[in-house]
Unconditional design. Structure first.
Length: 208
């Protein structure tokens, strides 16, 4: 999944989200150029850059972070960079109440964390759908990347899930969080900002 958004402090100016078959390298940079060109904005005119830092696809996170760092460091002066955990972006779709945000980790596994009123209430964990269901015993809504296996398990346990639109990881939500953290002065160092992994990648793995 690739998502891009261009936003002011008051509005989402443009947004695009699409699925990709591990073509982040060849799709991401041209898409950013098109998005900026369509709005007549130069990259060095941006105020700040927000980027998802994982956990998630090792390849996708690394490429997205690399492009964001490149844009930040290429500007004079350097653009502020804000790294946002991927599950925070997922959870933004339901900023009130109790929920469990979930993303796919491959091989039948998922990465999940509990949230209360938009704030993380547990650390990200790597597990399966039965484990997610077991932790949704307080009326939590499960949102995010719910595959057919997840639908089956969650339905069996009568657990509420997000709507189709709520389950999409939106770049607009990333932009909102980015603006909030920028106003708070919570920016990151482009030289040291690193991906978040639930576990370190082993040979041949693409998610984590």
């Amino acid at each position: 999944m690739i998502g891009l958004a261009l936003a002011t402090e008051q509005a989402i100016v443009a947004e695009a989200t699409w699925r990709t078959r591990n073509n982040h390298t060849i799709e991401l940079a041209p898409a950013i150029e098109r998005l900026l060109a369509a709005q007549g904005i130069a990259a060095n005119a941006l105020t700040a850059i927000a980027v998802a830092v994982g956990p998630g696809s090792f390849t996708g996170v690394r490429i997205g972070l690399g492009v964001a760092k490149g844009l930040s460091l290429a500007a004079t002066p350097n653009l502020p960079l804000i790294g946002v955990p991927t599950l925070d972006i997922v959870a933004r779709a339901l900023p009130q109440g109790k929920l469990i945000a979930v993303i796919q980790a491959g091989r039948g596994r998922v990465i999940w964390a509990q949230y209360v009123d938009g704030q993380a209430a547990s650390q990200a964990a790597l597990g399966n759908w039965e484990e997610v269901a077991a932790h949704a015993d307080g009326g939590e809504t499960v949102i995010g990347e719910i595959d057919p296996a997840g639908v089956e398990v969650l339905s069996h346990h009568q657990i509420k899930t997000g709507s189709l639109s709520q389950n999409v990881r939106r770049a607009a939500c990333l932009a909102e969080i980015g603006w909030e953290r920028w106003r708070q002065g919570a920016t990151d160092d482009a030289a040291t900002l690193a991906p978040i992994y639930v576990h370190q990648p082993a040979s041949g793995e693409t998610n984590g």
